[in-house]
Design a protein around this ligand. Sequence first.
Ligand code: URA
Length: 479
Amino acid sequence: MPAGGTFDAWRVAARRAISHGIAPDHLDWTGGGGLFANRPLPPDDGPRQVLVPQGFVQLATSVIWHSEPARFALLYQALWRLDRHEGSPLSQADPLGRRLHLLAKNVGRDIHKMHAFVRFREVPNDGPRRRFAAWFEPEHNTLEPGSAFFAKRFADMDWMIATPRLTARFENGKLTFGPPAPRPDLPDDASEGLWATYFANIFNPARVKLDAMRSEMPKKYWKNLPETRLIPEMLKDAEARVQRMHAAGASQVRTGAAAISTRYRAAMPQLPNVSDTLPETLDQARTGAMACRKCPLCEAATQTVWGIGSDQAALMIVGEQPGDQEDLVGRPFVGPAGQLLSAVMMAADIGADKVWLTNAVKHFKFTPQRKQRLHVTPDRTEIDKCRWWLGLELAFIRPKVTLALGATAAFALTGNDAPLSGRRGKVEQGFHEEPVLISWHPAYILRLTDPVVQNRARDELTEDLRAAFGLAQGPKAFG
Ligand code: URA
């Protein structure tokens, strides 16, 4: 089989073989192209057209990328049996079907890992487009099926991903595959320091489960990830850090804070414990967040408020934390600040289905006063703890641009805690190495008492939303 276009090549060979009625045990796929008694396959398809269920094509387009040498032969066996109506070779109840589904699952996981762990570095370029390169070592032949994702996300720049078996190149909007290139000599990236700090901050030594970590993020990926280079050092210090955390004790939950939540919480389903492993999907991340106990805020809040919107969004909007109403409803931005945000989004002509809307902190922090729960700004520790979840939302959704509403979101995303007055409307580099546009928080705008100042701030937020959305859609590189 060729290094690229493998599925199409296999399909042509398999169709030809089956239309001539060549049985699986007369075919030898180990040379790659489907040889018959050391002779090539017949030059053309036979007289018979072969029809297969859609499920087979789907399964085959995944299995084909596995590194298992028998994959071509196994697929041909399934095709042969389908053609002859021999049992259900695609069913999990059939040993062949089970094996094929397992191979497909491994491929899916490998593609997912590539999307999560490829790290691009900028390389010099004479032309107008920025150029990036990455080195990656997938377990299977997943560069080809996995690259469309990067082509969509990084359509406005040129890049290459080199792997030991194949190289993907994206130049002037065209994706091509070629023979393996030598491992590129990649420059150090200035943003590695940010990643490393980020990773060190979210690293919780009390929760380290090395086996789980190794199985979810095999060590071979660690060496190409700037953040994970810190792991050995951090592990050395882990025990001491746990002791220090115990000595410091958890912050106390304020008395009376729980009253209103207890009522609502009672109606909530029992949630599983937070998983220590890296989630594989956005949905798994959400399930983990729903059971989060990383900081004391979960004690008084009703529930975790996870993000909403399109998981394909090129624009993510990040607020501070859920408010009173969001805490009860379980959705971000449904209260007064949310109404202002909706109005501004409408004015900017941005549908809610075009963005991912979330918060830097996923639990409502408040202080009870009579029957009310008054908003309290989350502190640094809470923001740092919750960055784990925000980081996962960013990692799975991979927005091209993120709009930070207010100082908490701006700090959570960039680590910069300077006042917003000089930063609003400007783009900063996020921890996740993507642009973050800074704007006002709608609740801040609502609190402004001078109508002229308030209108101006509202206009600025609208302008920032438009700019962020434009950047997220636009083809132009930006820096
Ligand atoms: N304020 C926020 O920052 N987020 C919400 O979800 C609601 C109000």
